[in-house]
Design a protein around this ligand. Sequence first.
Ligand SMILES: C[S@@+](CC[C@H](N)C(=O)[O-])C[C@H]1O[C@@H](n2cnc3c(N)ncnc32)[C@H](O)[C@@H]1O
Length: 242
Amino acid sequence: MSSAERPDEILGRARRMSVGGRLSFRRHLDEDVDDRDLPFVDGGDDPPPLAQLVPAGARRLELEVGSGKGAFLVAATAASPQTFFVGIEAAPSYARHAAARLRDAGRDNAVLLVDNASLFLRDRVAPASLDRVHVYFPDPWPKRRHRGRRFFGEDSPAVIHRVLRPGGLLLVATDNPGYAGQIARVLGSSPLLARDEDIERELPALGPGHAFSPTNFETKYLAEGRTIRRWAFRALPAERGR
Ligand SMILES: C[S@@+](CC[C@H](N)C(=O)[O-])C[C@H]1O[C@@H](n2cnc3c(N)ncnc32)[C@H](O)[C@@H]1O
């Protein structure tokens, strides 16, 4: 067990990981990660604000919620080298794995932070900071008693709208029919966001890493023949949205 996963450090971040019910930690990736020079920050129970994670002068900022093993970030950092990406991942071993993939690919325009993205967006991100928020295959928590752990809930439009720059994009994908229904209802009915079906077609056509693809779960679910739902929502200007 590495220093980032000692029980005392897990307890140190437990408070942030237990809002709405304790998030799971996937602690057992098979491969060892060489920790040197990783673009990786363990947020513990007092994670740094977004502004401290981003290099001075970075103009375009995108954030991925639940980066998993980092396939999207590896592609996105190559597709958009002038953009800085922040991946917020609750599972320390996944965040370290994703950071190692970025380092090994020679990328210097991304960082992984271990934290609960639901809280991070609320208490560590200044208004109108982000150009895009990506949420691909968020955990569906299918048991009714675990629904409070889902990333998307009734207040998500306000949470996302606050951190996006006007016109900024929220990009979402899921394979789970029940969660898809909730996402479509909550985000689709908000006066703060507008679905943009042109963008849903145009960004993926630019190639991997612009939106939705590739992710590890996408690859797995496509191979299983599952139906995947994808949406792009645009943050409406404040005077229209509020
Ligand atoms: C189903 S996996 C999808 C991973 C990746 N997006 C993909 O498509 O391959 C969900 C990921 O989100 C992480 N996660 C779940 N809830 C989270 C939260 N509130 N904040 C940050 N990460 C979270 C999990 O640890 C897991 O790595």
